[in-house]
Design a protein around this ligand. Structure first.
Ligand SMILES: Cc1cc2nc3c(=O)[nH]c(=O)nc-3n(C[C@H](O)[C@H](O)[C@H](O)COP(=O)(O)OP(=O)(O)OC[C@H]3O[C@@H](n4cnc5c(N)ncnc54)[C@H](O)[C@@H]3O)c2cc1C
Length: 446
């Protein structure tokens, strides 16, 4: 029987990062990664294969991410885990022993139990290159695409698919706004507006009751009684943890059905760790379990697990949740809590906002508006959230906000924050949005 020091199951964001970190922290250890697919798509790039990138083959994670770091890559599906024997067995008939095992088996798309889901031309968004090729080919023939779900997967899919000239695209969202689980209302409205301007029909407060058709999709029946014309339906309503192997092996699961882990990413078996979409998360702010599943969280957890394999070196502070998107040229991002989440958690908060162009003076080529909204606990003035919008620096500014949240900075410290500025690269030091939003919040909280 083959035996390695560290065996990782799963070859996407979490598995690869766990393998890389294991090799960095324990260079003497033998590390192997087993994954079931031949090619791995960049998961976050999937919407772009239907528009900007043009093909699933342009959206692949190179195997060198694993092998280039000295880990062995095994292409096979793990079918069973024997905790007592410290080994796994695979579809291809291999038995692989381990000292430490990392489960990075990810997630699968949710398919709601609505009538008509079995009809031809009903799809989900699978992290599977062959499936994506098939979906793309079917899109070439379709005219009316209905995307069920106005979260970030549905919105990004809609924005990319509308670039195909043969397709009319409609998004159906149950909640009052698209992206409503992530952003405060004003940003959701901006996202809906910009998508509508791009030619996508957006139906909010609308529940898809059934997919209708005779063998093949012909329409989507809404709770209002209206039937939207459709010859293709794509579900983009979230994911569920892929915890089957863990459950069958008797590992504990958490309240959202993911694998229960402690702050060191260890499961209920101390020789097995779990990371990424398959692992349970808890909130950085409340300590409560939370069902967020993002590649950025997956890789952070993997960097904890990889370091903790043979000695406890890192601790998970909890999930902050940092998320960014770009819809029809409008960049939007959030780190931590929005107002809605803060209210639901019973936190009394104060906000500050600031807007300025992201270069200075404003006449510099390519200058774009950048708006920052910060949310602080009123009592301690500690930062708990930030939302950023519009220009292309949004993605990095929100990451900076995440770091400020992680270090629990308070409004006064952010107002005194020493930043670097440059006319071609940043807002002016006088108009620097983070600092001015913190000052504004301090005034509001007085
Ligand atoms: C369309 C889309 C867009 C997204 N955009 C973003 C974004 O912009 N930013 C962001 O942070 N997140 C985004 N996400 C979420 C992100 O993709 C996931 O959080 C991330 O993929 C989780 O990584 P993971 O490695 O935990 O799981 P997965 O990506 O699900 O990978 C699981 C791996 O395990 C393997 N596996 C499972 N079971 C077995 C088995 N029995 N044997 C062998 N191998 C097995 C799979 O084949 C796969 O390689 C997006 C998701 C989707 C679907």
């Amino acid at each position: 029987m083959k035996k390695v020091d560290a065996l990782i199951i799963g070859g996407s964001a979490a598995g690869i990062s766990a393998a890389m970190t294991a090799r960095r922290h324990y260079p003497e250890a033998t590390v192997a990664l087993v994954r079931r697919e031949d090619k791995v798509p960049v998961p976050c790039g999937i919407p772009y294969v239907f528009g900007t990138l043009d093909s699933p083959d342009k959206n692949l994670i190179p195997d060198a991410a694993v092998t280039g770091n000295g880990a062995e890559l095994i292409l096979d599906r793990v079918t069973a885990l024997d905790r007592e024997a410290h080994s796994v067995t695979t579809q291809g008939g291999q038995t692989i022993g381990y000292r430490k095992l990392v489960l990075a088996t990810g997630s699968k798309p949710v398919i709601p139990p609505i009538p008509g889901r079995e009809l031809e031309n009903v799809f989900t968004v699978e992290k599977d290159v062959d499936y994506l090729h098939h979906l793309s080919e079917k899109m070439d023939e379709a005219k009316e695409l209905v995307i069920i779900g106005g979260g970030f997967i549905g919105m990004e899919m809609a924005d990319e698919c509308r670039k195909r000239e043969n397709l009319n695209v409609t998004v159906v969202e149950l909640l009052p706004h698209c992206l409503f689980l992530a952003f405060d209302q004003e940003l959701c409205e901006r996202a809906e507006q910009t998508l509508t301007q791009a030619g996508v029909r957006v139906r909010t407060n609308a529940r898809a009751e059934a997919i209708v058709g005779n063998g093949k999709v012909e329409g989507v029946l809404l709770n209002s009684g209206e039937t939207l014309p459709a010859d293709m339906v794509v579900f983009g309503i979230g994911t569920l943890p892929n915890a089957d192997l863990a459950r069958e092996a008797g590992l504990d699961l958490g309240p959202f059905g993911a694998i229960a882990v402690d702050r060191h990413m260890r499961t209920s078996d101390p020789d097995i760790l779990a990371v990424g979409d398959c692992a349970e998360k808890f909130s950085f702010f409340t300590g409560q379990p939370c069902p967020l599943r993002l590649a950025s969280i997956a890789t952070a957890e993997a960097r904890i697990a990889g370091a903790n394999l043979f000695e406890l070196r890192r601790e998970n502070p909890g999930t902050i949740g940092v998320f960014s998107t770009k819809i029809n040229g409008l960049s939007m991002a959030i780190a931590g809590m929005g107002e809605k989440a803060a209210k639901e958690a019973g936190i009394d908060y104060g906000i500050g906002q600031a807007e300025a162009v992201d270069k200075h003076p404003g006449g510099m080529p390519g200058a774009q508006p950048l708006r920052v909204k910060l949310i602080f606990r009123r009592y301690s003035r500690v930062l708990i959230g930030g939302q950023v919008c519009c220009g292309d620096t949004t993605g990095e500014v929100v990451n900076l906000i995440a770091a400020l949240i992680h270090t629990r900075m308070h409004a006064d410290q952010i107002a005194m924050f020493q930043m670097g500025t440059h006319p071609a690269l940043t807002a002016s030091p006088i108009a620097y949005q983070l600092v001015n939003a913190a000052e504004q919040a301090l005034l509001n909280m007085r």
